[in-house]
Write a protein that binds this ligand. Structure first.
Ligand SMILES: *[C@@H]1O[C@H](CO)[C@@H](O)[C@H](O)[C@H]1NC(C)=O
Ligand SMILES: *[C@@H]1O[C@H](CO)[C@@H](O)[C@H](O)[C@H]1NC(C)=O
Ligand SMILES: *[C@@H]1O[C@H](CO)[C@@H](O)[C@H](O)[C@H]1NC(C)=O
Ligand SMILES: *[C@@H]1O[C@H](CO)[C@@H](O)[C@H](O)[C@H]1NC(C)=O
Length: 391
């Protein structure tokens, strides 16, 4: 039978590659927002986190929670396109600082070409590409987790040649499209916050490590069991592509890349911006006005061998959105309906607040930020009626 999709496939290849560059094969899908709250199941399991996070996905983080103690912490569904993906993916949240000193959370919107999830993220599982020598990947074991980036950073401590320098970046959209180049190497990509207003939004871009020690599901700092690849990169100049795993971390895992689009459009009015010569007004929820504290976390939670099946399926790896018949597709409505209620009793969005949630005074650096505690912020969770939208 003639495939009904040839034109869609051609369109997709154009989207994931730039003329003159090798295209990459990837499983790509959106996940709606699950919850935005001051919890971090990886770094501070079972207690209130120092700063606000935005979380997508399902119930994988139940491995670090105590469901008997707090059933509302467990999602009964996933906010991701494919029902089989109960992984959790999370990052810090973005705030806008008004001239008068108050803060408001910058909303998330759906990414380009992803359908209409309720904000959230676009997740990619990207296959290694040439000149990588060994392109066979090992699927994450159950219980695997990791973090990338460091919330206390306030400057580029890496220089431009260290593999970590392009792991977390931002792209300033001018409103005319998604911009040129592989994420992190484009002309409008930056490692800190963009310096001027972004009229089409800001896309944050995160590359997780692709090499694993093959033994540990996690490590004390949540990152030393994994590593970025090293060596000679693909022609587009980003070390995330085309490179090999170091001997210390020889096992190749799929490259997880994720994007969040922040709707900065309501915050471009010059009358809202700081006076001439003052610094740009966006801050991460850790009190970071530089952008260099950009970080993200992952807990693996795919059912059975579903990720392996998807990564070996042509339809899943070359097409978008959703010609991936080996997985169960959920509608935008089903994804958006899945929510858990924040359990820290504080205002985090929708209105101006006098200070960022938690103890997060603005720390500009350039030296790393210090941890502030005892500022009177909420430090315990409260019980709410529980999760909604179970499917
Ligand atoms: C925790 O998540 C795993 C993987 O998604 C699931 O199989 C398990 O049933 C969950 N446990 C609870 C208590 O919800
Ligand atoms: C990071 O990206 C820049 C382009 O934006 C490139 O010049 C540099 O070589 C890259 N560094 C690594 C380690 O990939
Ligand atoms: C390639 O990598 C896979 C998975 O990490 C490993 O099992 C295999 O032995 C490697 N092959 C070679 C030729 O090194
Ligand atoms: C700053 O302006 C916003 C928007 O008008 C307002 O909601 C907020 O209360 C103001 N904050 C202060 C400290 O005046």
């Amino acid at each position: 039978m003639r495939s009904p999709y040839p034109y869609l496939i051609a369109l997709t290849l154009a989207l994931v590659s730039t003329p003159g560059q090798a295209q990459f094969r990837t499983l790509r899908f959106p996940c709606s927002q699950l919850v935005t709250e001051r919890l971090d199941p990886l770094v501070t399991p079972g207690s209130v986190s120092p700063h606000l996070h935005q979380v997508v996905g399902g119930n994988a983080f139940n491995i670090t929670m105590d469901p008997a103690h707090d059933p509302s912490s467990i999602a009964t569904c996933t906010t991701c396109r494919f029902r089989e993906d109960n992984s959790n993916y999370w990052t810090m949240a973005m705030y806008f600082k008004h001239r008068n000193g108050s803060f408001i959370r910058v909303p998330q919107i759906a990414n380009e070409n992803t359908g209409a999830p309720d904000g959230g993220m676009t997740i990619y599982y990207i296959e290694p590409r040439a000149p990588t020598k060994n392109r066979t990947v090992t699927i994450f074991p159950q219980g695997f987790r990791m973090r990338v980036g460091n919330p206390s950073l306030r400057s580029n401590i890496y220089g431009m040649n260290h593999p970590a320098v392009n792991q977390t970046t931002m792209r300033c959209w001018d409103g005319s499209g998604i911009g040129p180049g592989t994420p992190s190497t484009g002309a409008t990509d930056s490692r800190g916050f963009p310096t001027g207003p972004c009229k089409g939004g800001i896309r944050s871009q995160v590359y997780f490590p692709q090499c694993w020690d093959g033994v540990n599901l996690d490590s004390a700092d949540h990152e030393s069991h994994v590593s970025h690849p090293v060596g000679k990169q693909a022609p587009d100049g980003n070390l995330m592509f085309g490179t090999d795993c170091p001997e210390s971390h020889p096992v190749r895992i799929p490259l997880i890349f994720m994007e969040t689009v922040w709707d900065t459009k309501p915050f471009t009015d010059p009358s809202l911006w700081p006076a001439e010569g003052e610094e740009q007004p966006l801050v991460w929820s850790m009190g970071d006005p530089t952008g260099y504290g950009h970080h993200a976390d992952y807990i693996f939670g795919w059912e059975g061998d579903s990720l392996k099946r998807a990564l070996s399926d042509e339809g899943c790896m070359t097409s978008y959105p959703g010609i991936c018949e080996v997985l169960t597709r959920r509608s935008d409505e089903e994804m958006a309906k899945c929510k858990i209620v924040p359990r820290v009793d504080e205002i985090t969005e929708g209105q101006y607040i006098e200070k960022l949630p938690g103890c997060n005074p603005i720390q500009r650096g350039p030296e790393p930020a210090t941890v502030i505690s005892d500022c009177g912020a909420a430090s315990t969770t409260i019980a709410f009626p529980g999760a909604t939208g179970g499917v």
